[in-house]
Design a protein around this ligand. Structure first.
Ligand SMILES: [Zn+2]
Length: 231
């Protein structure tokens, strides 16, 4: 390709069909994280590198993300049976991607991982990222569907270290809040806030989130009652 100031081409050897292809990645100086939302969704200035995290083979349709582990031997037989054979026609989304292309790329990674029975934590992270992409395009209903799937996978997830476990617990509470399941949210945040063995980072995150939620609720209710009075 001619030099492109926004993207570089990453060389990939497909783990399934072994053929070679190139796929775009965002140049590191083309984006900056401006902030993180309460479920850790990064808000970028410039391009969004999330759009290019999944490499989709244009020859066979296999989708690969660096967090996947079941990418060899017997797992490939499962992927062949449950994913590759079911695909209608591999698509080519190796260059500049729209948000819809990005959603498709993550859904393909999700399907590959489901076929190879990857760990629930990996499935949860994929579902969460699909939900984030829908949030960016204001697809509220689809966002909720994937947040629900993510929460379900997080409830079956384990991490290999304390920080990872606390992140799972926090996200379970946070997604419950976003899904309107107040009983679960309250239970999750209260546990993180009151458990002295939880790190300061997550105790503080949980306290801030739960308190600002209650404050917002209170403000909304107060406004509503003023509205009622002035009617
Ligand atoms: Zn391939």
């Amino acid at each position: 390709m001619a030099f492109n100031i926004y993207y570089y081409e990453s060389n990939v050897d497909c783990k399934f069909c072994k053929k070679h292809f190139t796929t775009y990645k965002v140049r590191p100086n083309r984006y900056k994280v401006l902030e993180e939302q309460t479920d850790f969704m990064p808000i970028y200035e410039g391009l969004n590198p999330l759009f290019y995290e999944v490499a989709v083979c244009p020859h066979c349709g296999y989708a690969y993300h660096k967090s996947m582990t079941r990418t060899y031997g017997p797992f490939m037989l499962l992927i062949d049976e449950l994913y590759i054979k079911e695909l209608q026609k591999p698509m080519n989304i190796c260059q500049e991607r729209t948000i819809d292309d990005a959603i498709v790329s993550y859904k393909l990674a999700y399907l590959v991982s489901r076929a190879s029975m990857e760990e629930p934590l990996l499935m949860a992270n994929f579902a969460l990222k699909i939900a984030w992409l829908y949030r960016l395009k204001n697809g509220h209903e689809s966002e909720m569907r994937y947040l629900f799937a993510a929460r379900d996978f997080y409830s079956k997830s384990f991490a290999s270290n304390q920080e990872g476990e606390e992140r799972i617990q926090f996200l379970h509470a946070e997604l419950s809040l976003r899904l309107g399941d107040m009983a679960e949210a309250k239970k999750g945040f209260s546990r993180l806030i009151s458990d002295r063995s939880v790190s300061n980072k997550y105790r503080k995150l949980a306290r801030n989130r739960w308190e600002s939620y209650k404050y917002d609720e209170h403000t909304i209710n107060a406004n509503e009652s003023i509205g009622e009075i002035l009617k």
